[in-house]
Design a protein around this ligand. Structure first.
Ligand code: FAD
Length: 392
């Protein structure tokens, strides 16, 4: 049995994932004429989740007793990079990033045994989806400004308010929702609740508007809580500690998203190199012009630096080090590098890189989101500077 962090093991895992992508996932998407900017059916999502579970990828980071392989964060990042590089429409459902076990993997210790059985296990078994709902129209970077309220009523709470920009909400059977409770007139605390989707038989959240961002995907939506009754047994973690739950999860989340950003950036570089070799102008491949060569060199160099940084921080996280500031550096740098790489890729592709239907045009739009999601670049700089200035 090989340790889950060794290079051999990770290499084998990466090859197995590549084989799945090339031999099953991409052919499935071609057969169904799938397009990332069209609505994706629940049947297609369920197919990839189930197949990925059979192959051992879905929830691979979970502990063995929950059906995972306790894969290290480094291992997860290697797989995330590979998936992002593939350009597969369903990339986010292979490891369970979009509404699957990856969303809750870092929080499994917080669920009670009953909550694990009722809510987490169906997600792990690819039979249900979930989402994490913090952001609201009035609370983005400032998470403490949330306005969704939770008022205690006997053995339950009444939730009222609205969340927006929630990834995987359209596919979610339940959500982790942060709401504020007035404990005393001046004492407000934020608690996390597990809230099921409303059906005719039970109260729950209503799905609001689908919010389509610049990338064109239909996987983000509003959640509406209209005097929604939630049993107090659905409190996740400690009452009043909801923000801690969100913030604890965010460091690993932020750093590991860097792997996705770099996977996309690598694909952009590969596309630019291929184009530079093939496209001829003035009687020769454009790759023979020094201006193009320098752009490629800058893209590759930045990508290499960003990858070194990502894996240095990820390995330190795997060893239990507190690298809060560095996690923000990874989020900041990898997302900004991906944007610079995308900009140069479009420049090298010329008009083709601007055309709908070309993967570079789509990725150019995708990477623009990276500087805003999971905390904007400005917020990462605030965190890094705060750490620097608080050191004695
Ligand atoms: C596609 C998508 C998916 C998302 N998924 C989820 C999800 O699953 N769950 C969830 O809870 N949220 C989700 N979000 C919300 C996301 O986390 C927020 O959009 C992000 O944190 C920024 O908040 P905001 O959009 O309200 O921008 P704002 O906070 O309004 O920021 C606007 C601008 O002001 C700047 N700014 C704000 N405060 C400061 C400051 N103190 N110092 C310097 N500059 C500042 C920002 O950097 C930015 O440039 C998602 C968003 C998108 C677009």
């Amino acid at each position: 049995m090989q340790a889950t962090g060794t290079i051999d093991y990770l290499d084998q895992l990466k090859q197995k994932l590549r084989a799945f992508i090339d031999n099953e996932l991409l052919p499935f998407e071609r057969e169904h004429e799938m397009d990332a900017e069209q609505k994706i059916s629940m049947e297609q999502i369920t197919w990839v989740r189930k197949r990925s579970k059979e192959l051992g990828f879905y929830g691979i980071n979970l502990p063995k007793e929950l059906g995972g392989q306790s894969l290290s964060l480094k291992g997860l990042c290697v797989l995330k990079e590979e998936l992002a590089k593939s350009g597969a429409v369903l990339w986010g459902h292979v490891l369970g990033e979009i509404g699957g076990p990856l969303r809750i993997g870092q929080m499994v210790n917080v669920f009670t045994p009953d909550q694990l059985t009722k809510y987490v296990m169906p997600v792990i078994n690819a039979e249900a989806g979930c989402c994490f709902a913090l952001s609201e129209p009035g609370a983005g970077s400032d998470a403490r400004a949330i306005q969704t309220t939770a008022i205690r009523d006997g053995d339950s709470y009444i939730l009222h308010g609205k969340k927006h920009f929630i990834s995987a909400a359209p596919y979610a059977d339940w959500a982790i929702v942060l709401a504020k409770e007035m404990v005393e007139p001046t004492n407000v605390s934020v608690t996390a609740f597990i809230v099921e989707k409303q059906t005719e038989e039970r109260p729950g959240f209503e799905l609001g508007k689908i919010q389509v961002p610049i990338s064109g995907e239909h996987s983000t939506a509003e959640l509406i809580f209209n005097q929604c009754r939630v049993p107090s047994t659905n409190i996740l973690g400690q009452r009043g500690k909801g923000l801690m739950l969100g913030l604890n999860r965010i460091n690993e989340n932020r750093a590991s998203w860097g792997a996705t950003y770099l996977g996309v950036a690598q694909r952009l570089l590969d596309e630019a190199v291929d184009h530079a070799k093939e496209r001829r102008q003035f009687g020769k491949p454009i790759g023979e012009f020094q201006a193009i060569q320098h752009m490629l060199a800058e893209m590759a160099t930045e990508l290499y630096a960003a990858r070194c940084m990502l894996y240095d921080v990820i390995e330190r996280m795997d060893h239990g080090e507190n690298v809060r500031g560095q996690a923000s550096m990874v989020k900041l740098y990898t997302s900004e590098v991906a944007n610079r790489v995308a900009d140069k890729a479009v420049q090298i592709l010329g008009g083709q890189g601007l055309m709908k239907g070309h993967p570079v045009e789509k990725m150019y739009r995708d990477v623009r989101m990276f500087r805003i999601l999971t905390g904007t670049s400005e917020i990462q700089k605030n965190i890094i500077a705060k750490e620097l200035l608080s050191q004695s």
